[in-house]
Write a protein that binds this ligand. Structure first.
Ligand code: GDP
Length: 329
């Protein structure tokens, strides 16, 4: 089996490369940019992965990559994926995160691989936006109303509908995973969970005295990325292309995350160590995300192994190791 992964340098790309290589796939990764600092890191960690030059905004490069990889499975994980950043670069986000999906689907279609390549689109809970919370207490499911609250969410919704449109128009095997927040030791520090666990480890080591954050009341359904990439793979093994929510079904505030993370280093009161900085607040906020993964559990047999406490524990433990130099960065 041959797989092409876009976004191979990102959090999910790393977990997925690991999973696919372990299963004996020949893995190709799309990589962009003349001086992409992550190129070397991917080569080091995954020498078996073949890197192909390409950019979601450059249609010809995608056609070339699809021709070279001739993939049985294509995982589109590439995107501008940070909500805060998307407010500052909305047009770029639309081009990459939105129109890039169209460019990639077209590349599969015009190379004649529409009937040969199974396509995974990384859709997101940010498409729901926390408003129109039409299933109180049960969480968002595949048929819930969309109301994105950021340029990122809007761009992802365009990608989501484009993916569905290619499924319906051309009969292509295109599945969208609507994934709720998923975190772990590969998460970038620009996301709140890793920013907190990294901060906790540095505070404990005396390298930093506080963590600067934005709003602390929003709630997220946080799972472990390793569990979620397994779900992506399961979606493409399913007999029919469909959309699936992956979530834990439990939601926690950032304050809850802080309390758990500081408890790991024996600190009961986190408040003296947190400063609010308006720079990290967003023009529009998603108040609460809670997902209902019943469909994926029933049809795919998907299960998450790591719960909220397990997630925080593993992230803090990893960052303590990193800060102490016991594992290389
Ligand atoms: P998102 O759910 O995709 O936006 O994931 P993030 O991890 O970036 O943000 C999760 C929540 O944490 C959002 O409600 C943010 O507004 C909130 N938040 C509060 N302080 C921060 C911060 O310093 N950085 C980030 N990234 N988010 C923060």
């Amino acid at each position: 089996m041959r797989a092409l992964v876009t976004g191979i340098t990102g959090q999910d790309g790393g977990h997925l490369a690991e999973l696919l290589l372990a299963q004996g796939y020949e893995v190709f990764g799309l990589i962009r940019g003349q001086h992409n600092p992550k190129r070397h890191a991917v080569r080091e960690e995954f020498p078996a992965v073949t890197l192909l030059e390409g950019d979601l905004t450059d249609p010809t490069s995608l056609i070339r990559a699809v021709e070279m990889a001739a993939p049985d499975e294509l995982y589109n994980l590439a995107a501008i994926s940070h909500v805060g950043y998307s407010f500052k670069n909305p047009a770029l986000t639309a081009e990459v995160t939105g129109k890039g999906v169209l460019n990639l689907l077209e590349a599969v279609r015009v190379t004649g691989r529409g009937g040969l390549t199974r396509f995974y689109q990384a859709s997101t809970s940010e498409m729901f936006g926390g408003l129109d919370y039409n299933r109180p207490g049960r969480g968002y499911a595949e048929d819930s109303l969309f109301h994105p609250r950021s340029p990122y969410g809007v761009a992802k919704l365009y990608g989501h509908w484009t993916a569905k449109n290619y499924r319906e128009s051309y009969g292509m095997f295109v599945s969208c995973g609507i994934l709720f927040n998923h975190e772990g030791e590969r998460r970038g520090v620009e996301f709140v969970t890793r920013k907190i666990t990294d901060g906790v480890a540095r505070i404990e080591a005396g390298l930093q005295d506080a963590i600067e954050l934005g709003d602390l009341w929003p709630k997220r359904d946080w799972g472990y990325a390793g569990d979620y990439v397994r779900g992506m793979w399961q979606m493409l093994q399913h007999p029919t292309p469909e959309d699936f929510v992956l979530a834990t079904g439990v939601t926690h505030s950032i304050e809850d995350f802080l309390a758990r993370a500081f408890a790991e280093i024996g600190v009961d009161d986190w408040r003296p160590y947190v400063r609010q900085n308006p720079e990290y607040m967003r023009p529009a906020e998603v108040d609460i995300l809670l997902g209902d993964p019943s469909k994926a559990e029933a049809l795919l047999g998907w299960r998450r192994d790591v719960d909220f406490q397990g997630l925080v524990r593993r992230m803090v433990a990893h960052d303590r190791e990193l800060v102490s130099g016991r594992v290389p960065a």
